[in-house]
Each structure stands twice: as C-alpha cells, then as structure tokens.
Ligand binder design. Structure first.
Ligand SMILES: CC(C)(C)CCc1c(C(=O)O)[nH]c(=O)[nH]c1=O
Length: 310
C-alpha cells in the first residue's frame, strides 16, 4: 500500500489497514476508514445475499484478545460492488474487497460481477468461508482449495489474494504453499484468520460467553500473535514470488514490526481496531516509525523478512 506516512521527518509507506470484518460492513464505517490514518481499507466479506449474521452476544473482548462468531453479517455483494464503483481511486488509499461465497458457485458469481466491472480494487477471497456442511472450511480442505483456485484464478485474471486460516503443522504449510504456487496471479496471502472454534467460559455463571454455536467462536488478538507470526513467516519462506499480509495480535508498533520482520508486506488490524476505533492507525504508524528510527531502519525493506534464527 503506497500511502506514505510522513512521521518524524521520514516518509514511510503506510502498511496498516483493517482486517476484513472490522469497521467495514457499512458505508459509514468504510468512510471512517477512508478518513483514518490507515494506508488502505477492506470491506466485510460479502456473500451473494445480505445476511443478518448470528444472534448477540457474538463478539467479546477477552483478557488476551477476543472471541467472535459473527456469522458473516454483511450487506450482500452488490452493496460492496456499488461502493467499489463509486469509490474515488485517484485521491485516496487502495480499496480491497473481501468475498466469502457460501459455495464455489456463489464465489464465481460474485467474482464475475467484480471482474465485469473492471475496477482498480483488489480482491481478497476468504478461504475460511464455510464449505459443504460436515466438511472442513475451505482453508482446511486442500483439494477443495486447489479446485477453488483453479476456477477463480483464471476468472479474476488480475492479481488477487486469499485470506487463510492459521495452520499448525509443517506438512500443512508445505501442502498449502504448493497449491498456492500453482496460481501466478495469486499475488498475496493474508495470514491469519481467527483461530477457529475456541470456547470462552464465565467462571461465576459457568456459562459460555457468546451465544452462537454453544459459545464456540474464532479467537483473535494478543493470544494468536505467535501463531500469526509463524504463518506469515512459513509462507514468506515458501512463496518468494508472493506477498504476505500479516494479521493477528497487532496492538502496537512492536507487533507490527515483528510481523514485518517475519516477512509481511502489510499489516491488518482486527481486535485492536474493534477496541480502539480508527484512531488506532495514527498511533500504529507513529509507533512503527519510532521503532524503525530507534533501530536505524529507513525503509520497510531494510528489515522485512530479515528474521534471524539461532
Ligand atoms: C467464519 C465464517 C462465518 C465462516 C466466515 C466469516 C468470518 C467471521 C464471521 O463472520 O463470523 N469471523 C472471523 O473471524 N473470520 C471469518 O472469516
């Protein structure tokens, strides 16, 4: 993302934007993102038809992050297509569009509509989207993932990205990287989505904290930072021709620095944006610039991916 940030005399690229799902479902939220100090913005994952999502409470902050089971509440893809058609691409920051079809057929229909509109926005296809009931999410069904990419990549033609769930097994990093390598216009991977199906329990009431799915929900925030760093670095090492967008546990310039050290080219903010609001971006840019100055780095490329090992 090439919106430069002139902080403390240096002009740094602004690597920060929102994680899909946070501060991006409605036009007023998206406008707040445009007006914020973020370097880009992304819309809530869209489905073919509008969705209310799950009953509340469906998001809760926790001591070390958050748990959520939103259920894909969104305005339907045509709302975001209209937004993308009327977006002013010249003066503001890059617009990313997240799509999360409930089936491959739905994803094809949404992709075809965006391709037909031929807009400068960038597609991030959500591979944590539900798959056939009873089967794992697309991101955990490697044959289905390959089949989806074999269908979608040629349709999209232009560079696009996918949002991946976290992986926890070296063989899975290898398998997923091998699938992704097959698609040359798959330009970036956004790692990671929330850690699926965690459970937060209230000690006093002995009750699950969120209402949907018997309290099972995605874990985000500080508690997933080290999993996110591992996924960013694993795919950075395995896919030198692609870019990695890091997301997971970034609450300050320090975690953003670690994501970039692990190989991230841009950084998305979820839980911390949910808790702090769009003002978080001015603070993050300032903190990252201060860390870079203290360490003697002038540009992101001075340290991106330069993680050392023992
Ligand atoms: C979890 C799904 C509802 C299948 C996809 C949308 C989504 C949600 C959501 O809308 O519940 N939450 C996440 O942390 N990540 C996601 O990708």
């Amino acid at each position: 993302v090439d919106i430069s940030t002139s902080i403390s005399g240096t002009t740094l690229p602004n690597v920060f934007f929102n994680a899909s799902g946070v501060w991006c479902q409605h036009e007023d939220e998206l406008q707040a993102m445009v007006e914020s100090h973020s370097g880009a913005l992304i819309t809530k994952s869209a489905t073919l038809a509008p969705r209310q999502g799950n009953p509340s409470p469906r998001y809760l902050p926790l001591p070390l992050g958050s748990i959520s089971s939103m259920g894909l509440p969104n305005e339907g893809y045509e709302y975001y297509l209209r937004y993308a058609c009327s977006f002013n691409y010249s003066r503001t920051k890059p617009l990313f569009i997240s799509l999360s079809g409930l089936s491959l057929g739905d994803s094809v229909k949404m992709v075809e509509a965006f391709v037909a509109a031929d807009l400068p926005c960038m597609l991030e296809i959500n591979f944590s989207c539900p798959n056939v009931p009873g089967k794992p999410q697309l991101g955990y069904d490697f044959e289905a993932m390959d089949a989806a990419l074999a269908t979608l990549a040629p349709l999209i033609k232009k560079p696009f990205g996918i949002k991946l769930p976290p992986f926890f097994d070296i063989a899975h990093f290898d398998l997923v990287a091998a699938v992704c390598q097959k698609y040359s216009n798959l330009a970036f991977l956004t790692c990671v989505n929330s850690i699926g199906n965690g459970l937060a329990i209230d000690f006093e009431t002995e009750t699950a904290l969120i209402k949907p799915k018997d309290g099972y929900g995605g874990l985000s925030g500080a508690m997933i930072l080290n999993t996110a760093l591992a996924n960013v670095n694993a795919f950075y090492r395995r896919l030198p021709d692609k870019q990695i967008i890091g997301v997971g546990g970034v609450a300050s310039g320090k975690e953003a620095f670690l994501h970039i050290l692990a190989g991230a080219s841009a950084v998305q903010i979820g839980t911390q944006l949910m808790e702090e609001g769009p003002a978080v971006f001015e603070r993050l840019n300032k903190e990252l610039a201060e860390i870079m100055a203290a360490k003697g780095y002038n540009t992101i490329e001075d340290f991106r991916g330069r993680l050392k090992t023992l």
